[in-house]
Design a protein around this ligand. Structure first.
Ligand code: NAD
Length: 493
């Protein structure tokens, strides 16, 4: 098995130290690839390449915008040709069911198309300004920010890469990208596609390696103009601190503990299915997961009974066979999730379903955990307060709308949330009160390239996707042109 390399200044190169890392399939623990394991020196080399690309040669940022857009469209077309391979890579690397990986690939392709198209559309504004200093033409232009470092997690390897790389590159930035150490394979393929599509050397650089080494260097290095990060709130905090050195622009997409508020008048089967999509999709390894169900007391028994029945019927197994759930990402993450489950039991919550690792037959070689439903939960419990990032949902009850809203907002996070009710005015009233960036009514988790994604409170800073996602990677320049050159007469003597 040949080592997959870093991509720096248009060359595929081993780590400067020669170090490598084995990548394993969480379904069975088998080694599926060996990749370069970069360090601080590799990060610096990639930053230098991006700096040269942006500030010296300027080939990518100055490129005719239609030609740049054409290259981005070509990236999307080549991704489409490689769609089966990309989906398979994310499935064996991350453990997500194949049909979910196929959905991610489709979204990622359209993300590149969306920004390829967007970059040729009008941007900036003109202003009518006062004539105190003469007749002026005042307007704004959008320009790329510069050298952008981007760091992503393991739960949506290709999709998180697309959400960052598509807008940053479309805008004309030069980029250094670091994927999670656990899931680099689809990103390596994406960079092969960048090369084939004609993105110039140095405009897009890939450095694989650890968070505390490569990641921390990207966040701190003074030659980086902007750092965008998707991952845990804890690491996000350290990125923010490191970025302060040269006042980098930052974008942070962090953790969540999102409320799913269900009123008694909601459609039962709909609410149950969406609740499952909310918490069991991608094994619950979803930042926006509806991990806290907050349900009207009178509806609870009926709802829990239906949810348990559906959870018990879920298929779990090798993600290439398209079960409802695959394995968790790693043994250590599985143990962390099982630790939370034990803590929930110890703190007095009731396991209505699940709670155990699955080890029957072939499952023993992977990191499989049952879908897990906790009832009798209270706000002070660790399983209600902390992000578990697995297929574990807590259920709390309320009797009044005010109580539901208070429970929903009782969290340090503010990424997402949903309301289920047949009463449209109540839906609008409650959703307006939920302090979160992404919200749904009578559904959970649909996400669109056209609409902004990001969190309130400790779930992050900034937005990805849509027009906001492009503007994150742009500076706004104000230009004032004096239409009557000559003396103004301010200093008359
Ligand atoms: P993580 O924070 O451990 O790691 C994310 C990335 O940061 C990885 O590439 C890692 O190598 C790197 N990293 C680790 N330490 C670093 C450091 N000191 N400096 C710089 N980089 C460092 O997160 P994870 O376990 O990979 O992913 C799970 C987390 O991601 C969850 O908290 C989840 O909610 C969050 N997430 C958020 C969103 C969102 O859009 N808000 C989307 C997906 C995942």
């Amino acid at each position: 098995m040949g080592t997959k390399l870093n991509y720096i200044a248009g060359e595929w190169v081993p780590a400067l130290s020669g170090a490598t890392r084995e990548i394993t399939n969480p379904a069975n623990g088998e080694v599926i690839a060996v990749v370069a394991e970069g360090d601080v020196a590799d990060a610096r080399a990639a930053i230098a390449a991006a700096k040269k690309s942006f500030y010296d040669t300027g080939e990518w940022r100055r490129m005719d915008v239609q030609v740049r857009a054409d290259i981005m469209f070509k990236v999307a077309s080549l991704m489409e040709e490689a769609a089966d391979e990309l989906a398979r890579l994310d499935t064996i690397d991350n453990g997500k069911p194949l049909r979910e990986a196929e959905g991610d690939v489709d979204d990622a392709i359209h993300c590149f198309r969306y920004y390829a198209g967007y970059i040729t559309k009008p941007a900036g504004e003109t202003y009518d300004v006062n004539t105190n200093f003469g007749d002026m033409h005042s307007y704004t232009v959008h320009e790329p920010t510069g050298v952008c470092a981007q760091i992503t997690p393991w739960n949506y390897p290709l999709l998180m890469a697309a959400w960052k790389l598509a807008p940053a590159l479309a805008a004309g930035n030069s980029v250094v990208f670091k994927p999670s150490t656990l899931t680099p394979l689809s990103t390596i393929k994406l960079f092969e596609i960048f090369e084939a599509a004609g993105i110039p050397a140095g405009a897009a650089n890939l450095v694989m390696g650890g968070g505390p080494t490569v990641g921390a260097e990207l966040a701190a290095n003074p030659d980086v103009d902007m750092v965008t990060f998707t991952g845990s709130t804890e690491v996000g905090r350290s990125i923010m601190t490191a970025a302060a050195g040269n006042i980098k622009k930052i974008g942070l997409e962090l953790g969540g503990k999102s409320p799913n508020v269900i009123f008694a008048d909601a459609d039962l089967t709909g609410a149950v299915e969406w609740a499952m999509i909310g918490i069991f999709f991608n094994q619950g390894e979803v930042c926006s997961a509806g991990s806290r169900i907050i349900i009207e007391e009178s509806f609870k028994d009926e709802f829990v009974q239906a949810l348990v029945k559906k959870a018990a019927a879920m298929t779990i197994g090798d993600p290439l066979d398209n079960p409802d759930m695959g394995p968790l990402i790693s043994e250590s993450h599985m143990n962390r999730v099982l630790g939370y489950i034990q803590q929930g039991i110890d703190e007095g919550a009731t396991v209505a379903y699940g709670g155990k690792r699955l080890t029957d037959g072939d499952l023993a070689a992977g990191y499989y955990v049952q879908p897990t439903i906790f009832t009798d939960c209270t706000s002070d419990m660790t399983i209600v307060r902390e992000e578990i990032f697995g297929p574990v949902v807590t259920i709390q009850t309320f009797t009044t709308e005010q109580e539901a809203i208070a429970l929903a907002n009782d969290t340090i996070y503010g990424l997402a949330g949903a309301v289920f009710t047949a009463d449209i005015t109540r839906a609008l009233r409650v959703i307006k009160e939920i302090r979160a960036g992404i919200t749904w009514v009578n559904c959970y988790n649909p996400t669109y390239n056209e609409a902004p994604w990001g969190g309130y409170k400790q779930s992050g800073i900034g937005r990805e996707l849509g027009k906001y996602g492009l503007e994150e990677y742009q500076e706004v320049k104000q230009i004032n042109i004096n239409l009557s050159p000559g003396a103004v007469g301010w200093y008359e003597n």
